[in-house]
Design a protein around this ligand. Structure first.
Ligand code: GRF
Length: 190
């Protein structure tokens, strides 16, 4: 059995989508949700779906005990779904090529520290881009710099606003992220 821990900081719509996707899966399940904000709605979503969840702070996150605990709990893969902190070295070392993130743009453009949510879509529009999309990538110690697993694009027109772009990008996320996670885990079975 492969056990996924999802790390999130906000609403958690991707987390919910992933949880539901694997609910009846034969060998993959989401067994834990972790949030770095006590008021993150993702915690409510986890409770509604009967998935164990807990909150952690920056001190706990930077301690190697954070990763040791996940290993003890049988976590095999880590999914960052709207998680805003940089993965610490101990986490990347504990889960080599076993951490994946989704970014709401076509990296390497519009990535890096501070580029998240609407800020990304505003930058895409003000740069006059004619397309944007999602990037699902492995995570290393640099923001948004890991090996890309999948990129899917969508058009950006002059009528688009950050909100209409966000809606198109979220649609791509919900459609592709669970499947990309499944392929990543199955392909890298070890
Ligand atoms: C998504 O747009 C994702 O690409 C980015 O953060 C957002 C998370 O949204 N990493 P949600 O919390 O899953 O609704």
């Amino acid at each position: 059995m492969y056990n996924i821990a999802i790390l999130a900081s906000g609403s958690g719509s991707n987390a919910e989508n992933i949880i539901r996707y694997f609910e009846k899966h034969a060998i993959i399940r989401v067994s834990l949700v972790l949030a770095n904000k006590p008021d993150a709605y993702v915690l409510q979503r986890a409770a509604n779906l009967n998935i164990p969840a807990r909150v952690f702070n920056r001190e706990e996150f930077t301690s190697p005990e954070f990763s040791e605990r996940l290993i003890k709990e049988g976590i095999t893969h880590v999914v960052l779904a709207g998680f805003l902190w940089l993965a610490p070295q101990h986490l990347v070392a504990a889960f080599p090529d076993r951490i994946v993130n989704i970014h709401p743009a076509l990296l390497p453009k519009f990535g890096g520290k501070g580029m998240y949510g609407s800020k990304v879509h505003e930058a895409v529009i003000s740069s006059g881009e004619t397309e944007t999309g999602i990037t699902i990538h492995l995570v290393n110690e640099e923001y948004d710099k890991g090996v890309p697993l999948l990129q899917v694009s969508c058009p950006v027109t002059s009528e688009d606003t950050p909100d209409t772009v966000a809606a198109k990008v979220h649609e791509l996320e919900y459609l592709h992220f669970p499947l990309a996670i499944e392929n990543w885990i199955i392909k890298n079975q070890s």
